[in-house]
Design a protein around this ligand. Structure first.
Ligand code: FEO
Ligand code: CA
Ligand code: CA
Ligand code: CA
Length: 605
C-alpha cells in the first residue's frame, strides 16, 4: 500500500467543523467548485433556473435534487477530456425549494420531477483542469417518474407485480428514493431504491405492509392526489407498492436504453449494490438494507462475466443480475466478553468472529419453505426473517475493496439497539443505543466471493474519542484520529485506502458531516483523517476518489434542509446573501450539487 495513488492526493487532515458553519471546508492546498447544481439546465431546450419561478415543466428538463450516488466515467477515446456523470436524486425538500406562494399542485409536480436519475456529459481541457458539464450533450438524460423500467428475475410477470396499467407485470414507471449505488465492471450503474415506502398509501394491515413500513396515512408529498397508483387501496393498483424497493441498472452510455429493476437482488430498503468479479468469473453484488435491525445481503450470478467492452460482451453482462442466488448474512461472535459499548474490548481483544451466507434463492429458485421465488423477491425481508439472519445496525453502503476483496459494511447507527424489547447488543453490533455507528470488515473464506462462509471483525467503532470511551479505531492511537460518526457511503482510492462519508454527525458529535480517509494496512490501519466538511444541514454523499487526477467528487445532499423559504439555513454553493442581487445563474437559496475538490497547487482555478 501507499504507491502513486495516495501520493497524488496528499493532505493534512482538516479540524472538525462546527455543525452550524455554512461552508465547504477542504484541506489546505485544495480548491472546490460545483460541477452541476440542482436546477441547472441539461438539454438544449431547458430553461435557465429561476429560483422564484420554478415549474414542474422546467424541472423535468433540469438537474434534479439531493444527489446520493454519483460516478464520473471517462468516455473511451476522449483522452481524458470527456466523461459522463451519473447522479441519482433521492428526495426533495419542498420547504426550501419554492416560494410558499407556489400552488400546491405545482409544488407536487416540481418535487416529482426533481426525483429520479440524471446522466450528464462533462468536459475539461486536460487532466489538470476542473470538469464542466455540457448542456445539450448527446448522452444527457433525465429519468423521471414517467420513465419505464423493465423488470427482470423471478418477480417479472408474477401476480405480485401486475397492475391496471401493467397487466403483464413487467414494466414499471419511475424509480424512487434512490440512495447509494455502484458502478459495474461492464460500465453500467446500479442504484438502490431505499425509502420507497413513504411514497405509498396502503391499508397498512398486511404482513408485507407492516414489514416494509407502508401505512394508511397520507404521504408527505401527496402524489396520490394526482396519480391513483400511489394509493394502493385503489382498485387495480394494489400491487404498485411491490414495484419499488429494487436495485435498478442503467446504461449511461446509451440514452435510448431501457433501464431495469432486478428482482433477483431482492426487495427491501436497498441502500445500494457493489459488484465484484469472483475468481471463477461469476459476479457478486453486496447489498445493505438500511433499516434498524435489518440485514446484509449478497447476490451471486449464475452466469459468468464476458471479458472486454465489445457491444456483445456488454449486452451479455447486462443480463448477469437477472439470474442467480440471493443470500443473507448471519454473524457469530467468538468471545464472551462485555461488548456493551462502554469501552471494554472483548476478551480476545477484538470484535470479531465467523459468519455464514444463508441462501434465499439458488439460481432463481426459492429455498425458503412456503415461499415461491417471486415471493422471496418481493417479500425478501420476510424470507430473511425465516432463515434467522443477524439484525444489523442499519447497513448502508457495502463495498468490496478492489485491492484485497475484503468487504466493508457501514453500519450507520441504531439508537434502538437494546431498548425495550428490541434485539440486544452482540459482537457484530456491540453497542446498546448505538448513536455513532461502526464499520464491519468482512473476509470471504478462502478469498472466494461466491462461497457461504466468512470471517469478520470491526474496523471502527465510531464516535469522538475525546468524549466517548467506547470508540475503537483498529488499535490506532485515538488521540491521533479525526472524530467520525454515522458512516454512510464508502469508496476506495487507487492505493486501496477506504474513504467514508458521513450522514448525521451534527446530531451526535456536533460537527458538520464530512469525508474521511481511513488506512487499512500496516501502521496506517485505523488512522482516520478528515478530508472535507460540508455546509450546514448537509450530508456528504457519493464520494469518488480520482486520486491519480488529484480530484475528489462528493454530492452535497440537503444543504439547509432545516430552514425555510424566508430563512434559508444555507446558501451553498452560490452564497448570494438573502435579499442580495444574484448574478445571472445564481440564487439566494441552497442548491444540492455535485462538487469537485482539486489540488489548487496544480495551477487550477
Ligand atoms: Fe439514503 Fe441509507 O441513506
Ligand atoms: Ca472477538
Ligand atoms: Ca446512504
Ligand atoms: Ca443518507
Amino acid at each position: 500500500p501507499g504507491g502513486k495513488g495516495s501520493n497524488a492526493l496528499p493532505f493534512t487532515a482538516i479540524a472538525p467543523v462546527d455543525a452550524l458553519v455554512d461552508d465547504m471546508t477542504v484541506p489546505q492546498g485544495y480548491g472546490w467548485k460545483p460541477v452541476i447544481r440542482w436546477g441547472d439546465p441539461i438539454f438544449r431546450t431547458s430553461p435557465a433556473f429561476d429560483a422564484n419561478k420554478q415549474t414542474a415543466a422546467a424541472q423535468a428538463l433540469q438537474f434534479g435534487y439531493n444527489c446520493d450516488y454519483t460516478d464520473v466515467l471517462e468516455i473511451e477515446g476522449s483522452k481524458g477530456r470527456r466523461a459522463v456523470l451519473f447522479a441519482n436524486h433521492e428526495y426533495t425538500n419542498e420547504n426550501i425549494m419554492v416560494p410558499p406562494t407556489t400552488p400546491a399542485a405545482e409544488v407536487r409536480g416540481i418535487g416529482k420531477a426533481a426525483h429520479g436519475l440524471s446522466v450528464v456529459e462533462l468536459e475539461r481541457k486536460n487532466r489538470n483542469k476542473p470538469w464542466s458539464y455540457v448542456q445539450g450533450a448527446p448522452l444527457n438524460r433525465r429519468y423521471l417518474t414517467t420513465t419505464a423500467y423493465e423488470v427482470t428475475g423471478p418477480a417479472a410477470g408474477s401476480d405480485l407485480l401486475r397492475t391496471k396499467d401493467d397487466p403483464a407485470g413487467r414494466s414499471i414507471l419511475g424509480t424512487l428514493g434512490n440512495c447509494a449505488g455502484g458502478t459495474t465492471p461492464w460500465g453500467t450503474i446500479l442504484s438502490g431504491e431505499e425509502n420507497f415506502n413513504g411514497y405509498f398509501v396502503a391499508a397498512g394491515t398486511s404482513d408485507g405492509d407492516r414489514r416494509y413500513g407502508i401505512t394508511s396515512k397520507p404521504t408527505a408529498r401527496g402524489w396520490e392526489i394526482d396519480e391513483p397508483r400511489f394509493d394502493t387501496r385503489n382498485a387495480g393498483y394494489e400491487n404498485e407498492k411491490h414495484r419499488f424497493g429494487y436495485i435498478v441498472e442503467v446504461d449511461p452510455f446509451d440514452p435510448a436504453s431501457t433501464p431495469r429493476k432486478h428482482s433477483a437482488l431482492g426487495r427491501f430498503k436497498h441502500e445500494g449494490a457493489n459488484v465484484t468479479v469472483a475468481a471463477d468469473g461469476r459476479v457478486v453484488a453486496y447489498m445493505g438494507d438500511d433499516e434498524r435491525f435489518d440485514y446484509l445481503y449478497k447476490f451471486v450470478s449464475t452466469k459468468k462475466v464476458q471479458p472486454g467492452s465489445s457491444p456483445a460482451a456488454r449486452r451479455a453482462n447486462m443480463t448477469l443480475l437477472s439470474e442467480g442466488s440471493l443470500y443473507v448474512a448471519r454473524f457469530q461472535g467468538n468471545s464472551v466478553a462485555e461488548i456493551d459499548g462502554t469501552g471494554t474490548l472483548p476478551t480476545d481483544g477484538a470484535f470479531d468472529g465467523v459468519g455464514e451466507w444463508l441462501p434465499l434463492l439458488v439460481d432463481n429458485k426459492s429455498v425458503v419453505a412456503g415461499m415461491t421465488a417471486a415471493e422471496v423477491c418481493v417479500f425478501t425481508r420476510i424470507a430473511a426473517d425465516r432463515m434467522g439472519a443477524t439484525k444489523m445496525d442499519r447497513c448502508e453502503d457495502v463495498e468490496p475493496n478492489p485491492r484485497t476483496g475484503k468487504v466493508y459494511v457501514a453500519c450507520t447507527n441504531n439508537t434502538n439497539r437494546g431498548v425495550g424489547s428490541s434485539a440486544v447488543a452482540d459482537e457484530a453490533n456491540p453497542r446498546t443505543q448505538n448513536r455513532d455507528g461502526h464499520v464491519v470488515e468482512l473476509t470471504e473464506a478462502g478469498g472466494n466471493a461466491t462461497g457461504t462462509r466468512f470471517t469478520w471483525n470491526l474496523l471502527l467503532v465510531c464516535g469522538d474519542p475525546a468524549r466517548n470511551p467506547s470508540t475503537y479505531f483498529a488499535g490506532y492511537p485515538t488521540d491521533k484520529v479525526s472524530p467520525i460518526s454515522c458512516p454512510d457511503n464508502v469508496a476506495f482510492d487507487s492505493a486501496g485506502n477506504l474513504w467514508i462519508s458521513t450522514d448525521g454527525q451534527p446530531g451526535t458529535v456536533g460537527f458538520a458531516d464530512g469525508l474521511f480517509k481511513v488506512g487499512l494496512e500496516g501502521a496506517e490501519r485505523g488512522r482516520v483523517q478528515q478530508f472535507l466538511a460540508v455546509p450546514r444541514d448537509a450530508e456528504t454523499c457519493g464520494p469518488i476518489i480520482h486520486d491519480q487526477d488529484g480530484t475528489v467528487f462528493v454530492a452535497v445532499q440537503h444543504p439547509g434542509e432545516d430552514g425555510d423559504w424566508a430563512e434559508q439555513a444555507s446558501l451553498f454553493p452560490d452564497y448570494v446573501p438573502l435579499g442580495g442581487a444574484p448574478r445571472r445563474g445564481e440564487a439566494a437559496l441552497p442548491r444540492p450539487s455535485v462538487v469537485q475538490v482539486y489540488r489548487a497547487s496544480e495551477g487550477r482555478r
